[in-house]
Design a protein around this ligand. Structure first.
Ligand code: MN
Length: 354
Protein backbone atom coordinates (compact mmCIF):
# COMPACT_ATOMS: atom_id res chain seq x y z
CA UNK A 1 0.00 0.00 0.00
CA UNK A 2 1.23 3.48 -0.82
CA UNK A 3 2.33 5.52 2.17
CA UNK A 4 -0.08 8.40 1.66
CA UNK A 5 -3.10 6.06 1.57
CA UNK A 6 -5.11 5.45 4.73
CA UNK A 7 -7.33 2.52 5.58
CA UNK A 8 -11.00 3.32 5.95
CA UNK A 9 -10.68 3.00 9.73
CA UNK A 10 -7.76 5.41 9.98
CA UNK A 11 -9.38 7.83 7.56
CA UNK A 12 -12.68 7.67 9.50
CA UNK A 13 -10.90 8.58 12.74
CA UNK A 14 -9.05 11.44 11.06
CA UNK A 15 -12.12 13.02 9.49
CA UNK A 16 -14.69 12.35 12.28
CA UNK A 17 -16.95 10.29 10.04
CA UNK A 18 -17.81 6.64 10.71
CA UNK A 19 -16.68 3.88 8.33
CA UNK A 20 -20.36 3.16 7.77
CA UNK A 21 -20.97 6.78 6.71
CA UNK A 22 -17.91 6.64 4.43
CA UNK A 23 -19.26 3.54 2.68
CA UNK A 24 -22.60 5.31 2.19
CA UNK A 25 -20.94 8.45 0.81
CA UNK A 26 -18.98 6.25 -1.62
CA UNK A 27 -22.22 4.73 -2.90
CA UNK A 28 -23.75 8.22 -3.23
CA UNK A 29 -20.71 9.55 -5.16
CA UNK A 30 -20.23 12.10 -2.41
CA UNK A 31 -16.75 10.93 -1.42
CA UNK A 32 -15.14 8.19 -3.49
CA UNK A 33 -12.18 6.32 -1.97
CA UNK A 34 -8.82 7.03 -3.60
CA UNK A 35 -8.40 3.33 -4.28
CA UNK A 36 -10.41 0.15 -3.88
CA UNK A 37 -8.40 -3.04 -3.62
CA UNK A 38 -9.57 -5.18 -6.55
CA UNK A 39 -9.07 -8.42 -4.59
CA UNK A 40 -10.36 -7.58 -1.12
CA UNK A 41 -12.74 -4.68 -1.94
CA UNK A 42 -11.15 -2.68 0.90
CA UNK A 43 -11.41 1.06 0.51
CA UNK A 44 -8.35 3.30 0.87
CA UNK A 45 -8.37 7.08 1.08
CA UNK A 46 -5.66 9.58 0.19
CA UNK A 47 -4.46 12.02 2.86
CA UNK A 48 -5.37 14.77 0.41
CA UNK A 49 -9.05 13.73 0.68
CA UNK A 50 -9.19 14.65 4.36
CA UNK A 51 -10.08 18.27 3.72
CA UNK A 52 -13.17 17.37 1.72
CA UNK A 53 -14.19 14.65 4.16
CA UNK A 54 -14.03 17.06 7.05
CA UNK A 55 -16.13 19.59 5.13
CA UNK A 56 -18.71 16.84 4.63
CA UNK A 57 -18.61 16.15 8.38
CA UNK A 58 -19.14 19.84 9.21
CA UNK A 59 -22.04 20.13 6.77
CA UNK A 60 -23.63 17.02 8.29
CA UNK A 61 -23.34 18.67 11.69
CA UNK A 62 -25.16 21.67 10.21
CA UNK A 63 -28.01 19.32 9.29
CA UNK A 64 -27.58 19.75 5.54
CA UNK A 65 -29.13 16.95 3.48
CA UNK A 66 -26.64 14.72 1.61
CA UNK A 67 -27.86 15.70 -1.86
CA UNK A 68 -27.17 19.35 -1.05
CA UNK A 69 -23.77 18.51 0.46
CA UNK A 70 -22.84 16.89 -2.84
CA UNK A 71 -23.71 20.13 -4.65
CA UNK A 72 -21.71 22.23 -2.18
CA UNK A 73 -18.66 19.96 -2.43
CA UNK A 74 -18.67 20.22 -6.22
CA UNK A 75 -18.25 24.02 -6.04
CA UNK A 76 -15.18 26.18 -5.67
CA UNK A 77 -14.88 27.80 -2.20
CA UNK A 78 -16.70 31.07 -3.03
CA UNK A 79 -19.60 29.18 -4.61
CA UNK A 80 -19.70 26.75 -1.69
CA UNK A 81 -19.84 29.70 0.71
CA UNK A 82 -22.83 31.14 -1.19
CA UNK A 83 -24.64 27.81 -1.10
CA UNK A 84 -24.10 27.40 2.64
CA UNK A 85 -25.38 30.93 3.26
CA UNK A 86 -28.47 30.22 1.12
CA UNK A 87 -29.10 26.94 2.93
CA UNK A 88 -28.88 28.63 6.30
CA UNK A 89 -31.24 31.47 5.30
CA UNK A 90 -33.76 28.80 4.36
CA UNK A 91 -33.34 27.02 7.71
CA UNK A 92 -33.83 30.30 9.57
CA UNK A 93 -36.97 31.13 7.58
CA UNK A 94 -38.42 27.71 8.37
CA UNK A 95 -37.45 28.06 12.00
CA UNK A 96 -39.13 31.47 12.16
CA UNK A 97 -42.36 29.97 10.81
CA UNK A 98 -42.19 27.20 13.44
CA UNK A 99 -41.42 29.75 16.16
CA UNK A 100 -44.57 31.69 15.20
CA UNK A 101 -46.61 28.51 15.34
CA UNK A 102 -45.18 27.63 18.75
CA UNK A 103 -45.98 31.14 20.01
CA UNK A 104 -49.50 30.82 18.66
CA UNK A 105 -50.03 27.52 20.50
CA UNK A 106 -48.58 28.86 23.75
CA UNK A 107 -50.90 31.87 23.57
CA UNK A 108 -53.90 29.69 22.85
CA UNK A 109 -53.22 27.17 25.59
CA UNK A 110 -52.27 29.66 28.29
CA UNK A 111 -55.17 31.98 27.42
CA UNK A 112 -53.83 34.64 29.77
CA UNK A 113 -56.61 37.10 30.60
CA UNK A 114 -55.93 40.63 29.44
CA UNK A 115 -54.93 43.14 32.08
CA UNK A 116 -57.53 45.65 31.07
CA UNK A 117 -61.13 44.68 30.52
CA UNK A 118 -61.90 47.30 27.90
CA UNK A 119 -64.11 45.95 25.15
CA UNK A 120 -62.55 46.56 21.78
CA UNK A 121 -63.98 46.46 18.30
CA UNK A 122 -63.02 47.28 14.73
CA UNK A 123 -63.97 50.23 12.52
CA UNK A 124 -63.19 49.27 8.97
CA UNK A 125 -63.37 50.03 5.26
CA UNK A 126 -62.42 47.99 2.18
CA UNK A 127 -62.14 49.06 -1.41
CA UNK A 128 -60.64 47.68 -4.60
CA UNK A 129 -59.80 49.58 -7.77
CA UNK A 130 -58.90 48.41 -11.28
CA UNK A 131 -56.01 50.88 -11.54
CA UNK A 132 -55.21 52.68 -14.78
CA UNK A 133 -53.61 49.98 -16.92
CA UNK A 134 -55.10 46.54 -16.32
CA UNK A 135 -58.20 45.64 -18.39
CA UNK A 136 -60.01 44.11 -15.40
CA UNK A 137 -59.86 43.97 -11.61
CA UNK A 138 -58.82 40.54 -10.29
CA UNK A 139 -58.33 41.63 -6.67
CA UNK A 140 -60.89 40.97 -3.96
CA UNK A 141 -61.05 43.04 -0.78
CA UNK A 142 -63.38 42.46 2.16
CA UNK A 143 -63.95 43.92 5.60
CA UNK A 144 -66.48 42.91 8.24
CA UNK A 145 -66.71 43.11 12.02
CA UNK A 146 -64.51 40.01 12.45
CA UNK A 147 -62.74 39.48 9.13
CA UNK A 148 -60.47 41.63 7.00
CA UNK A 149 -59.08 40.17 3.78
CA UNK A 150 -57.25 41.02 0.59
CA UNK A 151 -56.70 38.50 -2.22
CA UNK A 152 -54.84 39.26 -5.44
CA UNK A 153 -55.83 36.88 -8.22
CA UNK A 154 -53.51 36.15 -11.14
CA UNK A 155 -53.79 34.30 -14.42
CA UNK A 156 -56.76 33.80 -16.71
CA UNK A 157 -59.10 32.93 -13.83
CA UNK A 158 -57.62 35.32 -11.32
CA UNK A 159 -60.86 36.96 -10.29
CA UNK A 160 -62.75 33.71 -9.60
CA UNK A 161 -59.69 32.60 -7.61
CA UNK A 162 -59.46 35.68 -5.40
CA UNK A 163 -63.20 35.90 -4.81
CA UNK A 164 -63.45 32.17 -4.04
CA UNK A 165 -60.72 32.54 -1.41
CA UNK A 166 -62.40 35.46 0.31
CA UNK A 167 -65.90 33.97 0.05
CA UNK A 168 -64.68 30.79 1.74
CA UNK A 169 -63.26 32.82 4.63
CA UNK A 170 -66.47 34.78 5.15
CA UNK A 171 -67.90 31.98 7.32
CA UNK A 172 -65.57 33.38 9.96
CA UNK A 173 -67.39 36.69 9.82
CA UNK A 174 -70.87 35.22 10.19
CA UNK A 175 -70.08 32.82 13.05
CA UNK A 176 -71.68 33.93 16.31
CA UNK A 177 -68.26 34.30 17.84
CA UNK A 178 -65.10 32.50 16.81
CA UNK A 179 -65.59 29.72 19.33
CA UNK A 180 -62.83 27.47 20.57
CA UNK A 181 -59.37 27.28 19.18
CA UNK A 182 -58.61 30.17 16.81
CA UNK A 183 -55.80 28.26 15.16
CA UNK A 184 -58.08 25.35 14.24
CA UNK A 185 -60.81 27.71 13.11
CA UNK A 186 -58.46 29.62 10.86
CA UNK A 187 -56.73 26.52 9.54
CA UNK A 188 -60.06 24.94 8.58
CA UNK A 189 -61.22 28.13 6.89
CA UNK A 190 -57.96 28.48 4.96
CA UNK A 191 -58.13 24.88 3.84
CA UNK A 192 -61.68 25.51 2.63
CA UNK A 193 -60.42 28.61 0.82
CA UNK A 194 -57.57 26.79 -0.91
CA UNK A 195 -59.94 24.06 -2.10
CA UNK A 196 -62.40 26.67 -3.35
CA UNK A 197 -59.54 28.29 -5.27
CA UNK A 198 -58.51 24.99 -6.79
CA UNK A 199 -62.03 24.51 -8.08
CA UNK A 200 -62.26 28.10 -9.30
CA UNK A 201 -59.07 27.87 -11.37
CA UNK A 202 -59.87 24.39 -12.63
CA UNK A 203 -58.15 23.95 -16.00
CA UNK A 204 -55.79 26.88 -15.60
CA UNK A 205 -53.43 24.85 -13.39
CA UNK A 206 -50.43 26.66 -11.95
CA UNK A 207 -50.97 29.67 -14.20
CA UNK A 208 -53.86 30.97 -12.14
CA UNK A 209 -54.35 31.42 -8.44
CA UNK A 210 -54.43 34.01 -5.69
CA UNK A 211 -52.60 35.48 -2.77
CA UNK A 212 -54.39 35.78 0.57
CA UNK A 213 -53.71 38.10 3.49
CA UNK A 214 -56.40 38.15 6.18
CA UNK A 215 -56.93 39.16 9.80
CA UNK A 216 -59.46 37.45 12.05
CA UNK A 217 -60.67 39.45 15.06
CA UNK A 218 -61.18 37.51 18.29
CA UNK A 219 -62.26 40.38 20.53
CA UNK A 220 -58.84 41.27 21.88
CA UNK A 221 -56.47 39.74 19.38
CA UNK A 222 -55.99 39.47 15.66
CA UNK A 223 -55.02 36.21 14.01
CA UNK A 224 -53.11 36.80 10.79
CA UNK A 225 -53.01 34.38 7.89
CA UNK A 226 -50.78 35.24 4.96
CA UNK A 227 -49.54 33.73 1.73
CA UNK A 228 -48.20 35.53 -1.36
CA UNK A 229 -47.15 39.13 -1.91
CA UNK A 230 -50.08 41.12 -0.58
CA UNK A 231 -49.13 42.82 2.68
CA UNK A 232 -50.33 43.68 6.17
CA UNK A 233 -49.08 46.77 8.01
CA UNK A 234 -49.68 48.06 11.53
CA UNK A 235 -49.65 51.77 12.34
CA UNK A 236 -49.07 52.07 16.10
CA UNK A 237 -48.08 55.29 17.89
CA UNK A 238 -47.31 56.90 14.54
CA UNK A 239 -44.84 54.20 13.43
CA UNK A 240 -45.52 51.83 10.54
CA UNK A 241 -44.62 48.15 10.88
CA UNK A 242 -44.92 45.64 8.07
CA UNK A 243 -46.15 42.43 9.67
CA UNK A 244 -45.95 40.10 6.67
CA UNK A 245 -43.09 38.80 4.54
CA UNK A 246 -43.43 38.74 0.75
CA UNK A 247 -43.46 35.21 -0.61
CA UNK A 248 -41.72 36.15 -3.83
CA UNK A 249 -38.78 34.62 -5.63
CA UNK A 250 -36.74 37.83 -5.35
CA UNK A 251 -37.43 38.17 -1.60
CA UNK A 252 -36.12 34.62 -1.14
CA UNK A 253 -33.03 35.58 -3.17
CA UNK A 254 -32.51 38.68 -0.98
CA UNK A 255 -32.85 36.55 2.16
CA UNK A 256 -30.33 34.10 0.78
CA UNK A 257 -27.85 36.87 -0.02
CA UNK A 258 -28.01 36.29 -3.78
CA UNK A 259 -29.57 39.67 -4.58
CA UNK A 260 -29.55 43.16 -3.06
CA UNK A 261 -32.84 45.01 -2.45
CA UNK A 262 -31.69 47.54 -5.11
CA UNK A 263 -31.19 44.79 -7.70
CA UNK A 264 -34.55 43.28 -6.75
CA UNK A 265 -36.44 46.47 -7.66
CA UNK A 266 -35.61 46.01 -11.34
CA UNK A 267 -35.25 42.22 -11.43
CA UNK A 268 -37.15 40.73 -14.42
CA UNK A 269 -38.77 38.11 -12.16
CA UNK A 270 -39.71 40.49 -9.36
CA UNK A 271 -43.41 39.70 -9.77
CA UNK A 272 -42.90 35.94 -9.53
CA UNK A 273 -44.57 34.43 -6.47
CA UNK A 274 -42.81 31.80 -4.41
CA UNK A 275 -46.05 30.65 -2.80
CA UNK A 276 -49.74 31.17 -3.47
CA UNK A 277 -52.89 29.78 -1.89
CA UNK A 278 -52.94 26.08 -2.80
CA UNK A 279 -54.01 23.02 -0.80
CA UNK A 280 -50.36 22.03 -0.19
CA UNK A 281 -48.78 25.41 0.59
CA UNK A 282 -48.67 26.43 4.23
CA UNK A 283 -49.54 30.06 4.93
CA UNK A 284 -47.86 32.05 7.70
CA UNK A 285 -49.97 32.27 10.86
CA UNK A 286 -49.50 34.82 13.61
CA UNK A 287 -51.47 35.98 16.62
CA UNK A 288 -51.28 39.65 17.58
CA UNK A 289 -52.48 41.54 20.62
CA UNK A 290 -54.64 44.51 19.68
CA UNK A 291 -54.30 47.90 21.36
CA UNK A 292 -56.84 50.70 21.19
CA UNK A 293 -55.59 53.17 18.59
CA UNK A 294 -53.99 50.54 16.36
CA UNK A 295 -54.66 51.01 12.67
CA UNK A 296 -54.19 48.01 10.37
CA UNK A 297 -53.74 48.13 6.61
CA UNK A 298 -54.04 45.16 4.26
CA UNK A 299 -53.14 45.86 0.64
CA UNK A 300 -52.38 44.17 -2.64
CA UNK A 301 -49.05 44.76 -4.36
CA UNK A 302 -50.75 47.35 -6.57
CA UNK A 303 -50.21 49.74 -3.63
CA UNK A 304 -46.93 48.58 -2.12
CA UNK A 305 -45.02 48.35 -5.42
CA UNK A 306 -45.68 51.97 -6.37
CA UNK A 307 -46.17 53.84 -3.10
CA UNK A 308 -43.09 53.72 -0.82
CA UNK A 309 -43.57 52.76 2.84
CA UNK A 310 -42.80 56.27 4.21
CA UNK A 311 -45.58 57.71 2.04
CA UNK A 312 -47.97 54.91 3.08
CA UNK A 313 -47.16 55.78 6.70
CA UNK A 314 -47.87 59.49 6.21
CA UNK A 315 -51.14 58.93 4.37
CA UNK A 316 -52.30 56.30 6.83
CA UNK A 317 -51.41 58.44 9.87
CA UNK A 318 -53.10 61.60 8.61
CA UNK A 319 -56.39 60.09 7.40
CA UNK A 320 -59.23 60.86 9.83
CA UNK A 321 -61.06 57.54 9.26
CA UNK A 322 -60.55 54.09 7.69
CA UNK A 323 -62.74 55.20 4.80
CA UNK A 324 -60.61 58.28 4.12
CA UNK A 325 -57.40 56.24 4.46
CA UNK A 326 -58.52 53.63 1.93
CA UNK A 327 -59.48 56.19 -0.67
CA UNK A 328 -56.35 58.32 -0.19
CA UNK A 329 -54.08 55.30 -0.54
CA UNK A 330 -55.81 54.07 -3.70
CA UNK A 331 -55.61 57.58 -5.17
CA UNK A 332 -51.86 57.61 -4.40
CA UNK A 333 -51.36 54.32 -6.29
CA UNK A 334 -53.21 55.71 -9.29
CA UNK A 335 -51.22 58.97 -9.15
CA UNK A 336 -48.12 56.79 -9.38
CA UNK A 337 -49.40 55.34 -12.65
CA UNK A 338 -51.84 52.74 -11.34
CA UNK A 339 -50.03 49.88 -13.13
CA UNK A 340 -51.90 47.15 -11.27
CA UNK A 341 -55.20 46.51 -9.53
CA UNK A 342 -55.03 48.09 -6.08
CA UNK A 343 -56.93 46.98 -2.98
CA UNK A 344 -56.83 48.38 0.52
CA UNK A 345 -58.51 47.40 3.76
CA UNK A 346 -58.03 49.71 6.74
CA UNK A 347 -59.30 48.86 10.23
CA UNK A 348 -59.05 50.82 13.47
CA UNK A 349 -59.09 49.13 16.87
CA UNK A 350 -61.39 51.24 19.04
CA UNK A 351 -63.05 50.97 22.42
CA UNK A 352 -66.52 49.55 21.96
CA UNK A 353 -69.46 51.90 22.35
CA UNK A 354 -71.27 51.00 25.58
MN1 MN B 1 -51.36 42.63 -7.98
Amino acid sequence: MREDMLTIGAFARACRLSPKALRLYDELDLLKPGRVDPDTGYRYYAVGQLERARLVAWLRRLGMPLARIRQVCALEPAGAAREIRAYWARVEAETAARRDLAGFLVEELSAAPRKDTTMLELRYCAHSDRGLVRPANQDTAYAGSRLLAVADGFGPTGLPASSAAVDALRVLDTAEAPAGNVLNLLDDAVRGASEAVREAVHGAGEDAGTTLTALLWTGSRLALVHIGDSRAYLLRDGALFRITDDHTVVQAMIDEGRLTPEEAATHPQRMLLLKALTPTASPDLRLRDAEPGDRYLLCSDGLSRVVPDPRIRRLLASAPSPDAAVHTLIAAANEAGGPDNVSCVVADVVEAAA
